[in-house]
Design a protein around this ligand. Structure first.
Ligand SMILES: N[C@@H](CCC(=O)N[C@@H](CS)C(=O)NCC(=O)O)C(=O)O
Length: 215
């Protein structure tokens, strides 16, 4: 095991909601890197993420955040970069090559953009009852999948032929999009990519939420 890894009795703390895709992408990265971690589920229905103790951890009042033995970080994609830089297991999750690194970064931006406004947003409406424009989010999801499907017919992973941080950032909300009322049935290349991510050693999934009745 990598000598820099936190000791098993000093695991990285992940502050999360167990059915948040933003939180799941962090957990997935820690699992893939075989890091010791513990999850701390915030009672978000009762505002635990806006309580003064948590705002000291993330002043934005959002999950996820981590506490890695005193190093406190928030924002899922920032945490992915930190974990990879600090605990790289010898595999190139975030390549050094400028073009390859830019391609991965592009997908981290897509995770915070197209994925947040599409697959994440439909699920926010259907699973969490958030008052967003569902039809708009569904249109954005389908427009995004219309780009993603042919791309994944051409390559194995989002940023090329090898798994990277791009796939870790993209996986959670896309795999759970049926919970937002969007079927993955018409997208065989996307489903094959999800299966490739799920086949990784130490892959860990996110708890499934019920499918909406009207989808
Ligand atoms: N840019 C942030 C977004 C995180 C985010 O939106 N978290 C949601 C849960 S999925 C949250 O904490 N929502 C609570 C709120 O909006 O008050 C990240 O990538 O970590």
């Amino acid at each position: 095991m990598n000598a820099k890894f936190p000791a098993k009795n000093n695991p990285i703390k992940l502050y999360r909601n167990p059915i948040s895709g933003h939180c799941h992408r962090v957990e997935l990265m820690m699992a893939l890197l075989d890091l010791p971690y513990e999850t701390i589920d915030l009672d978000m229905a009762n505002g635990a993420h806006k309580a003064p103790e948590y705002l000291k951890i993330n002043p934005f009042g959002l999950v996820p955040a981590i506490d890695d033995n005193g190093i406190i970080l928030a924002d899922s994609n920032a945490i992915l970069v930190y974990l990879e830089k600090k605990y790289n297991d010898g595999y190139n999750w975030y390549p050094e090559d400028p073009v390859e690194a830019a391609e991965v970064q592009r997908w981290l931006s897509v995770a915070a953009g197209e994925i947040a406004y599409g697959p994440c947003a439909v699920r926010l409406v259907k699973v969490f009852g958030v008052a967003l424009d569902y039809d708009d989010a569904k249109k954005k999801t389908e427009a995004f999948f219309a780009i993603l499907e042919p791309l994944l017919e051409q390559r194995q992973y989002l940023a090329g032929e090898a798994i990277t941080l791009a796939d870790v950032a993209g996986y959670s909300y896309i795999s759970h999009v049926p919970e937002g009322g969007v079927s993955l049935e018409p997208y065989p290349a996307i489903r094959a990519w999800l299966a490739r991510v799920e086949a990784q050693p130490r892959f860990v999934g996110m708890a499934r939420s019920p499918l909406p009745q009207d989808s």
